[in-house]
Design a protein around this ligand. Structure first.
Ligand SMILES: Cc1ncc(C[n+]2csc(CCOP(=O)(O)OP(=O)(O)O)c2C)c(N)n1
Ligand code: SF4
Length: 248
């Protein structure tokens, strides 16, 4: 029988532990497909975060290193500096990257570390049952904002990609989404471009991927895709935030 679709070689055979409808699985697949297509699996080192994707090291079939809360960019910096010939990426959620790990990501981007960050923004801490994250939308109800996030108490959602784009060391920053096929195709192109730029030594690259958490949003998987489109896209517009040109 002709094989028309298969698991990428850069994913292990292990079944994902993610909840039904969680788009972490789609994002894992896109990263793995890019590793396959660029033929870099044997020289790639991924850094796993704390969060629902803490077990990413079980799923990516390349060398993996676990980092403690928010420290993935610092760990990636060390790994890349010791092994400049390797492709190094971090895979981090918004609770991990935009809160406890804010300092690490800002300074890694500012230093222009030649690493790639996959930043999964689902507007919540998934792993801990749905705490408010810095990225939680105004009015969004979470376990720690049961009446909805209020600007006078918690401020507005932090737009990390916009923040990092102003830093000289950031070579390429794009925000993408995976709520429908059109956006998934675009997301893969962006991830591939980021890895390619790392191979060319261009400096810090980050792809923010808007993602779902049906479990802690308290809605069904299909509804979650719609919720993302209707509520997250207007605040977190998918776009290229930074693309450094030649000579920059
Ligand atoms: C205020 C706070 N700081 C640190 C932690 C430790 N911690 C546990 S899970 C987690 C990240 C989980 O959320 P996220 O990164 O958004 O990934 P998700 O689980 O949604 O994929 C962190 C930082 C915490 N729970 N609360
Ligand atoms: S809790 Fe949310 S982010 Fe975590 S696996 Fe489930 S759906 Fe995904």
């Amino acid at each position: 029988m002709q094989v028309v679709a298969k698991k990428p070689d850069s994913l292990t055979d292990k079944d994902f532990h993610y909840c039904p409808g969680c788009t972490h699985g789609i994002i894992h697949r896109l990263v793995a497909e890019v590793m396959d297509e660029l033929d870099i699996r044997e020289k790639t080192i991924g850094i796993a975060p704390v969060g629902c994707s803490v077990l990413a090291y079980e799923y990516f079939d390349c060398d993996m290193q676990e980092a403690s809360h928010g420290r993935a960019p610092a760990v990636a910096t060390g790994v890349k500096r010791v092994h400049p010939d390797k492709v190094v990426f971090t895979y981090q959620g918004d609770g991990d990257l935009a809160s406890i790990g804010t300092a690490e990501i800002v300074h890694a981007a500012n230093r222009g570390e030649n690493i790639t960050t996959i930043f999964v923004n689902n507007a919540i801490y998934g792993m801990t049952g749905g705490q408010m994250a810095p990225t939680t939308l105004l009015g969004q109800k979470t376990t720690t904002s049961p009446a909805g996030r209020k600007k006078d108490i918690a401020g507005s959602p932090i737009k990390i990609s916009e923040m990092l784009a102003v830093l000289d060391g950031a070579a390429y920053i794009e925000r993408v989404s995976v709520h429908d096929v059109k956006h998934i195709i675009k997301a893969k192109k962006a991830i591939k471009k980021a890895f390619k730029m790392q191979l060319e030594g261009k400096g810090f690259t980050m792809i923010e991927v808007l993602s779902t958490c049906p479990t802690n949003w308290g809605i069904e998987p299909v509804e979650a895709l719609k919720w993302l489109e209707e509520n997250m896209i207007p605040i977190y517009k998918p776009q290229v935030l930074k693309e450094a040109g030649e000579g920059e």
